[in-house]
Unconditional design. Structure first.
Length: 167
């Protein structure tokens, strides 16, 4: 399992994504972000109902993220219908340079180390995220040391998975 940084250590581990004017750094993006092509994913994922052609992630989480998806694919019996039922094929994003909803520090999405899936059924602050019904998904992320926002007592975020520890 990977030893992911604490959130407070993300600049040191993932690099500082801030540009000189406080916006996203194009230099950091060029040096740290990579694309995973759809043909490298074990199953089809959709964004807003349309198949995703590629996913932009931090190069340090790429392999772990692919292992997560492959574990889920195996647990589903390699069934697209099953991953659709579980909601893990309903992708809602990774890299987005922004602050956390509830603060002044950068969101883990700003480091391209966080992923959102199936927001319609795993909404922010919904204390009963649907992914709780699918331990296969939770176990696949946990096997790579990812933190699930569905476990957070305050500001539960059941759609959110991040490769950074809280703190």
């Amino acid at each position: 399992m990977n030893a992911w940084p604490k959130q407070s250590e993300c600049d040191a581990f993932y690099g500082n994504p801030r540009g000189p004017d406080g916006s996203a750094s194009a230099k950091w993006e060029a040096e740290n972000l990579v694309y995973i092509a759809a043909f490298d994913l074990p199953f089809i994922i959709y964004y807003d109902g349309k198949p995703v052609t590629r996913v932009r992630v931090h190069k340090k989480v790429k392999d772990a993220f692919l292992r997560v998806l492959n574990r889920i694919w195996e647990a589903s019996g390699k069934s697209q219908a099953k991953v659709d039922e579980w909601g893990i094929s309903k992708y809602a994003g990774c890299y987005e340079y922004r602050k956390k909803r509830s603060g002044t520090t950068l969101s883990m999405h700003s480091y391209a180390c966080a992923f959102d899936f199936d927001p319609a059924n795993n909404g922010f602050r919904d204390p009963t995220p649907r992914f709780a019904d699918y331990p296969e998904v939770i176990k696949a992320f946990a096997a790579e040391g990812a933190v699930w926002g569905g476990d957070w007592k305050t500001n539960c975020d059941g759609m959110h998975w991040q490769f950074a520890r809280v703190g």
